[in-house]
Design a binder for this molecule. Structure first.
Ligand SMILES: C[S@@+](CC[C@H](N)C(=O)[O-])C[C@H]1O[C@@H](n2cnc3c(N)ncnc32)[C@H](O)[C@@H]1O
Length: 286
């Protein structure tokens, strides 16, 4: 530790009491479990906020949060600072193939009368996953089908970015070229170096804050498909089980759940029938 401090005297350090408080608070507010190994990460993420607020120490920031009312914006800022938002367009591409080849053909048949497919992207971060879903769904469903996609996240900063739907042009390389002409609009002049998602695709998506570990449910459910990827890894096994129950409750009886390739539903798996790795069909009522 001394050697590390000597090489980087600016490194913020977090005392035991502060670390325990911040870890417990983020656990209570979001379900995110930050263990001792993440002590430095917490310090790095929170230090700029301590400085912005003109506070002298982490202890002062702790006191501010300790006395915050439940709806105090300071708590939302704290959550935004501690979430990890890494995402890509078409991340884990096999899922989008399974969606197009296995899931959607069935839905086209079974939803022939309703002509509507409802999808929840349950930890959508900056929006790439929801827009990837929208592209695959729009391309593979008949034009007469209405598409209703909910993109939600607990972090209000990433939701604002997602709602905006503007990305650096270089990120288009993550999107198969076959989608570019129809769904991406590349900027010119002052907007060059950026693309935005085409309005007709953007309109299919609602963006809402939703906390997966809260007891409330999003409006307009149940869903035919839920993507809940690369978030379960941050939760304890008990929280994963709770979230699996929630997903089960909010899916239609013939609906599908996608989780990240490196994730598991733990004991929550009993509620689903594995279809492909990390893709599950709901076991509905008999
Ligand atoms: C690593 S990103 C994954 C994004 C995307 N699903 C993907 O696979 O690329 C995890 C996201 O989960 C969000 N998150 C963390 N806790 C949450 C909670 N309790 N409810 C809803 N979203 C949460 C974070 O804000 C973050 O944007």
């Amino acid at each position: 530790v001394l050697a590390r401090l000597a090489s980087n005297p600016q490194e913020p350090s977090l005392g035991d009491e502060d670390f325990r408080f911040f870890a417990a608070l983020i656990g209570r507010l979001s379900g995110i479990s930050l263990t001792e190994k993440k002590r430095d990460l917490i310090a790095y993420r929170l230090k700029p906020q301590v400085d912005r607020l003109g506070l002298g120490s982490f202890a002062e920031y702790r006191q501010l949060l300790e006395t915050a009312a439940p709806n105090d914006p300071a708590l939302q800022t704290f959550i935004n600072l501690l979430t990890t938002n890494k995402t890509d367009f078409f991340r884990e591409p096999r899922h989008f193939e399974i969606l197009a080849e296995r899931v959607l053909p069935d839905l086209v048949r079974t939803r022939e009368r309703a002509r509507r497919v409802s999808v929840w992207c349950a930890a959508s971060s900056t929006g790439e996953e929801a827009y990837s879903l929208a592209m695959v769904l729009r391309r593979n469903l008949p034009a007469s089908f209405e598409l209703d996609i909910l993109a939600s996240d607990i972090d209000t900063d990433v939701l604002a970015h997602a709602r905006n739907g503007v990305y650096p042009a270089a990120r288009a390389a993550e999107i198969p070229e076959t989608y570019h002409g129809e769904y991406l609009r590349f900027g010119r002049d002052r907007a060059s170096g950026w693309f935005k998602i085409a309005d007709h695709l953007h309109q299919a998506i609602r963006f809402e804050r939703h906390n997966l570990v809260a007891s409330d449910a999003p409006a307009r459910q149940p869903f035919d498909i839920i993507f809940c990827r690369n978030i379960l890894i941050y939760f304890t096994p008990e929280t994963v089980q709770e979230v699996a129950r929630k997903m089960h409750r909010l899916l239609r009886d013939d609906g599908f759940l996608f989780i990240g390739h490196s994730e598991s539903l733990g004991t929550g798996q009993e509620l689903f029938r594995p279809m492909k790795s990390s893709v599950f069909a709901k076991i509905g009522k008999a």
